[in-house]
Design a protein around this ligand. Structure first.
Ligand SMILES: [Fe+2]
Length: 291
């Protein structure tokens, strides 16, 4: 059963803004904060106390970077145990990580794509179920951005993701910027991609900015403001799903908190308008059903 979860626009908790957030400068301006436990486990100093205070004031969502769901090696037991205790002491309705591999005997510090095959979907679904059991938390999986296809694929990405969601009986953290960046780099229509995704399984969105490498290639840097085309994709999803938590990711060129909050406000205006359209459509559908 789902735990209660936040909806609306949230922000990733990063080292450069944590002091301001602890000082109350984002109070009332954010629906939630998302953090990556890897940045907080095995840490001392002032951070654990700050986190304790912050979690009293904001709902938290936890998003991982190192589960290595596409990997071949067994999960690291020490990491899993630490993660489980972190999640137990920082209540969050689910835990999310990426549909990628990032470790093969050594950390790659990158989220690398997997081939879209039935064997890989089955393997990843089994690992999602195992992670969910060991972490005692519902799992969300996130679509990644990728710059090359590794190996021969047997299906397209939405079909691959659909198989994993079905076999693991888990939900999707849909990163609309990753879809946009992949669509531009690999030459497909992002809305055709979205139409093939089971939207009823989407529990959270990520939205972020990207930058151009050259006139053909976009890089998912999370280092710029979100482009209008990506904001439009967020709205397209929300007007079909209804309220969800939407996280603004910013990991490089991080501006002052006030600038991030102003971007959150812009996103919220679009989000609320999309929700209005969802409400009208839901109302219209109810009218039709009643008739
Ligand atoms: Fe993301």
């Amino acid at each position: 059963m789902d735990s209660p979860h936040p909806t609306g626009i949230g922000l990733g908790l990063r080292a450069s803004i944590i002091a301001d957030i602890d000082a109350g400068k984002a109070d009332g301006a954010l629906a939630f904060l998302e953090l990556s436990p890897e940045n907080y486990i095995w840490r001392g100093g002032v951070t654990p106390d700050r986190l304790e205070r912050i979690r009293e004031r904001f709902p938290l969502l936890c998003h991982g970077l190192a589960l290595n769901l596409g990997g071949l090696d067994p999960f690291d037991a020490r990491y899993m145990n630490e993660l489980r205790s972190f999640l137990a002491s920082h209540p969050t309705p689910w835990y999310s990580d990426h549909l990628c591999f990032c470790n093969r005997g050594a950390e790659f510090h990158d989220l690398l794509p997997v081939p879209f095959t039935h064997t890989m979907a089955k393997r990843m679904a089994a690992r999602v179920r195992e992670a969910s059991d060991r972490l005692e938390r519902a799992m969300l999986v996130e679509n990644v951005s990728y710059y090359l296809e590794l190996g021969e694929s047997e299906m397209d990405e939405p079909e691959f993701i659909g198989e994993i969601l079905e076999q693991a009986d888990c939900s999707l953290l849909l990163d609309v910027n990753n879809v946009y960046v992949n669509a531009q780099n690999h030459g497909f229509d992002p809305y055709e991609w979205l139409k093939k995704i089971p939207l009823e399984r989407v529990r959270q969105l990520h939205i972020a900015g990207h930058e151009s490498w050259d006139d053909k290639t976009l890089i998912d840097t999370h280092g710029a403001t979100v482009r209008d085309e990506v904001i439009a994709m967020m709205a397209w999803v929300i007007e079909r799903t209804g309220p969800l938590p939407v996280l603004l990711e910013r990991d490089t060129n991080i501006p002052p908190l006030a600038d991030l909050l102003s971007e959150v406000k812009t996103l919220d205006t679009v989000y609320q308008a999309a929700l209005d359209r969802w409400r009208s459509a839901s109302g219209a559908n109810l009218e039709v059903r009643r008739a």
